[in-house]
Design a protein around this ligand. Structure first.
Ligand SMILES: Nc1ncnc2c1ncn2[C@@H]1O[C@H](COP(=O)(O)OP(=O)(O)O)[C@@H](O)[C@H]1O
Ligand SMILES: [Mg+2]
Length: 375
């Protein structure tokens, strides 16, 4: 009996994004937990400047360290050729596992690069990555399928510059205070502001425009923050799997960058969230629906607000490459729902191969003769 060779999985981490550091911690966990009996790991670092570097595993992740280190001196720059499958010094790559967050990492751009390179890759495709990253577009799609979101106002930079007073009045009347101001495409609460009075609105919006050309304002609610993990089924027509819900309770005014990453006691994770059976069912059904409506593939974490005043569930956002540290909500929720971290990673790689297998059957051009002959 021949022994199948191990699949060569390139874990790509770092990235040209504000979430570079968290990616180094997430990817360290992923690398440590990928099943070594099935996979050979190829670490690839993307520096903050956007350089792709082949890394030596033992140098990048010495034992006992929590975070990957990007070794630049002597590191070989990746020599990927446009339109060709990835190959590194030690040989070819079978699957890419991007563990990076934010713009240029999670928003479909890098996924498009994997597509044109014909590389199977973990997680959402270009379309759902882009849609999931854009809080305005994601809401519009969700709303069109009857999923509730909090009232919001979208501002493009040029329009804001032209008539900021009109936007401020609209926000004041339609959303009232407090409201939340956010860059449409960002994450980790970067550029997010809670605004309590009109005088502070303009500065918050200007700040959010430093990160994106589109900014949204949202009605601020007294929300419990409920999150669920969604995972595509390995079967071709299988139903999307959804975990039990978890809850995040920030100890800060909201779940800000500080409470996420700088303050060790910035937030409490509760798994499972204390919810009624009806609420659990509703949250799970809605999370599955969001995953399908946004045409997600592979994985996504779906975040809701449970309004403490009205009792309504609202979709907050979807994260197509959620945090992956050992204490991150996405893998934790699966663990609590019966899928271990290691098994989860194996499934994600298998899902990447599943998509690539299915897509490989697609025609790339018009086959007139076959149509005519009914072949
Ligand atoms: N409309 C809102 N009402 C109440 N809290 C909000 C609202 N929008 C955002 N927040 C708070 O801000 C945090 C970050 O906002 P979010 O939209 O999740 O951005 P990010 O993509 O950066 O995580 C949320 O986790 C929550 O604590
Ligand atoms: Mg969030």
């Amino acid at each position: 009996m021949s022994v199948a060779r191990k699949l060569r999985v390139a874990v790509v981490y770092g990235g040209k994004s504000g979430e570079h550091e968290i990616s180094l911690i997430s990817a360290a966990s992923v690398i440590r937990n990928l099943d070594s009996s099935r996979f050979e790991i190829i670490p690839i670092a993307v520096t903050k400047e956007g350089k792709w570097l082949e890394q030596d595993l033992s140098a990048a992740l010495p034992s006992g360290t929590k975070s990957l280190k990007i070794v630049t001196s002597g590191a070989k720059a990746c020599q990927f050729k446009i339109g060709e499958k990835f190959s590194v010094t030690s040989g070819g790559v079978d699957v890419v596992f991007p563990v990076m967050h934010g713009p240029l990492c999670e928003d479909g751009t890098i996924q498009g690069f994997f597509e044109i390179s014909d590389m199977p890759y973990v997680g959402c495709n270009t379309l759902s990555s882009a849609v999931g990253m854009d809080k305005d577009i994601a809401k519009r799609l969700a709303v069109s399928e009857g999923i509730k979101v909090v009232p919001w106002v979208t501002m493009k930079k040029a329009a804001w510059k032209k008539d900021s007073a009109a936007f401020m009045t609209q926000i004041e009347h339609e959303l009232e205070f407090p409201c939340f101001i956010k860059p449409a495409n960002m994450g980790s609460s970067v550029g997010v502001h809670k605004v309590k009075k009109r005088e502070d609105l303009s500065a918050a919006i200007e700040d959010a425009f430093r990160y994106d050309l589109k900014v949204i304002a949202e009605k601020g609610i007294r929300a419990r923050e409920i999150e669920l993990s969604a995972l595509e089924s390995l079967e071709e027509n299988g139903e999307t799997l959804v975990s039990i819900p978890g809850e995040i309770t920030p100890t800060h005014e909201f779940y800000s960058y500080e409470s996420k990453y700088l303050d060790e006691n910035g937030a409490e994770l509760m798994i499972p969230a204390h919810l009624s059976a009806t609420h659990v069912q509703f949250a799970q059904d809605t999370a599955r629906k969001v995953f399908q409506v946004l045409e997600c593939e592979g994985m996504a974490r779906v975040d809701f607000f449970l309004d403490q005043d009205s009792g309504e569930f609202y979709l907050n956002e979807i994260n197509t490459i959620p945090g992956f540290t050992q204490i991150s909500m996405y893998p934790k929720l699966w663990e609590a729902s019966g899928i271990s971290y290691k098994e989860l990673l194996s499934r994600l790689v298998d899902l990447a191969l599943k998509r690539s297998r299915i897509r490989s059957g697609l025609l790339r051009e018009w086959h007139a003769a076959e149509c005519v002959n009914g072949k």
